[in-house]
Design a protein around this ligand. Structure first.
Ligand SMILES: NC(=O)c1ccc[n+]([C@@H]2O[C@H](COP(=O)([O-])OP(=O)(O)OC[C@H]3O[C@@H](n4cnc5c(N)ncnc54)[C@H](OP(=O)(O)O)[C@@H]3O)[C@@H](O)[C@H]2O)c1
Length: 289
């Protein structure tokens, strides 16, 4: 574990991943600063520089992003501001202040034409504004930083701190007799708690560069929904449909499973299967009482 453990976690107060990351860092003895929106102007390099100086920050974790994939098709500039300009500013601060920078990116940088899980070195080809702007953010970072940075591509997050696909499906399944869910998009469902812990494992090994970090295995949205509903013991029937039957503004890759081979090579850890992680999430938070 790094000697200096003073983290600035952007998105740490309200984000799905950021809140869990803040919690896990604190549990492992880190000092965590997670300012609300109004407390720090994250788009001002000067303001971020003064903040990290004042609080003797050693690591910046950025979970802030424009994550509304469909709305991004209309709000391109806002998506670019958050997904490209912000990581660029943070990388500049990290470079000048000699801090470690940890940034999260997405499986949606790929076009889904593969049949095998994507490796970090595979050529990105985003299909959406969200994917494109996240890729631009990655490139802005690698243009500035050559060491002491992590770009962690992850996917299909679920966790207890904010509404997500799984919690939404369970809410709907309690209200309806059946649900139609897309079955021709395959990805890597991932528990925020595991992602936070595996991120720290990467830091322990002084990982630098682009890594893929997800739970093991793969699923379609329909399979993920079915597993969650079965686990919760709800009587709702899940009906598989195609993407064509559920048109969305942004195009999504049909196959965006990520390979964690590089992470395992560095840390010796194989991420646990998503089904096991899903059960822990559901048993501890959705099924109690
Ligand atoms: N969720 C997924 O399934 C998924 C999949 C692949 C990759 N990722 C990546 O993982 C990372 C974390 O995703 P997430 O789902 O945890 O994100 P999230 O829940 O949508 O959180 C986004 C955070 O960004 C903040 N934010 C948004 N707009 C802002 C603005 N204009 N100014 C200041 N703060 C702003 C939000 O604050 P407010 O609450 O104040 O709006 C929130 O704390 C992102 O980089 C995302 O691209 C996520």
């Amino acid at each position: 574990m790094p000697k200096d453990k003073r983290a600035l976690v952007l998105g740490g107060k309200t984000g799905l991943l950021g809140q869990k990351l803040s919690q896990v860092l604190q549990e492992r003895g880190w000092e965590v600063k997670a300012p609300f929106r109004g407390e720090l102007d994250i788009f001002s390099e000067e303001a971020v520089s003064s903040y990290v100086q004042e609080h003797s920050i050693s690591h910046i974790f950025n979970t802030v992003a424009y994550t509304q994939v469909d709305l991004a098709e209309e709000e391109k500039e806002q998506a670019r501001l958050l997904n490209r300009n912000l990581p660029k500013i943070l990388a500049q601060v990290a470079s000048k202040k000699n801090l470690y920078f940890i940034h999260y990116s997405t499986d949606f940088v790929f076009n889904g034409k593969h049949t095998l899980p994507y490796e970090p070195e595979d050529k990105p080809h985003p299909l959406s504004v969200y994917g494109q702007t996240k890729l631009e953010g990655e490139r802005a970072i690698t243009d500035i930083l050559k060491q002491n940075f992590l770009i962690i591509r992850t996917a299909w997050l679920f966790g207890e701190d904010k509404e997500n696909f799984v919690s939404k499906i369970l809410r709907l399944a309690r209200e309806r007799e059946s649900l139609k869910v897309v079955h021709d998009q395959i990805g890597s469902p991932t528990y925020t708690k595991d992602l936070a812990i595996y991120t720290l494992n990467l830091l322990e090994k002084q990982g630098t560069g682009i890594f893929h970090l997800v739970n093991s295995g793969q699923a379609s949205w329909c399979e993920l929904a079915q597993e969650a509903i079965s686990c919760a013991g709800l009587p709702c029937k899940v009906i598989p449909i195609t993407s064509k039957e559920y048109p969305q503004r942004a195009l999504r890759p049909s196959f965006s499973v990520l390979s964690t081979r590089k992470f395992t090579q560095l840390t010796g850890i194989t991420p646990r299967p998503w089904i096991q992680a899903l059960r822990e999430y559901l048993f501890s938070f959705h099924l109690e009482g």
